[in-house]
Design a protein. Sequence first.
Length: 292
Amino acid sequence: MSTVTPVSTSTSQRKKVTTLTFRQKKERGEPITMLTAYDYPTAVAMDKAGIDSILVGDSLAMVVLGYENTLSVTMDEMLHHARAVSRGAKSALLVGDMPFMSYQVTAEEALRNAGRFLQEAGMDAVKLEGGRDRAEAVRRITGAGIPVMGHLGLTPQSIHQLGGFRAQGKTASAAKILLEDAKILEEAGAFSLVLEAVPARLAEYISKQISIPTIGIGAGAGCDGQVLVTHDLLGLFDRFTPKFVRKYADFHTEMNKAFTQYIDDVETKRFPAIEHTVEMTDEEWNEFISKK
Ligand code: KIV
């Protein structure tokens, strides 16, 4: 840890983004910005940059915890990371992603787990995957005053049913079901809806057919907002990058360079240098040596 006085990072606090802000942005045709975060420093940086919303996504399982897919991550793991994000972001609307099996068994369990995201982790809302089969859970959670974001299209918690990470809604019949599900979720009380990996013309059509904002990921520019997995955007996740991602940085390569340089510096004794060391006066040193 450096002891150098940090440059002041304090700025005047932005107004808190709420579900009402989401609705107003849709009405005004202003794109809603959302990214995922799983830790304190990322949340601080995003909030400072002016992001509308932060999703503590269950993508945590893959991009941070190294699991094969999103199915293994638990409520406790999600809450642990959600707490760190809420300590860092004060203005963005914070959405906790409900992990696999935390909301599918009963609506009561769904409500209890949704409540934990607000009560124990400082989230403002929760997100869950699925359409008509989740309507009861959405009703139950929103009935308790907890805002719910839906998620349709490629729903990673159903990869085994979908046959892998594949685009959805590409046939007329699948598109019809997707539109129906979007309307069902709206009717059940969802305040917003993620549309993942669906044809752009379908996402745009659905966005116009419902009053709640759609947040697209791999769903084209016709959605009311956009979300990306931050580790994809930063080039931090090395296993694969989905086609719909724009990489804004290559942090994996940068990290590799930095670690290689550090190892080399230590091995060749170029680090630590004199400016990284703590001094002791000659007087104290001589006293120490003489009393040895
Ligand atoms: O978990 C996640 O990061 C998500 C986004 C892909 C929307 O659900």
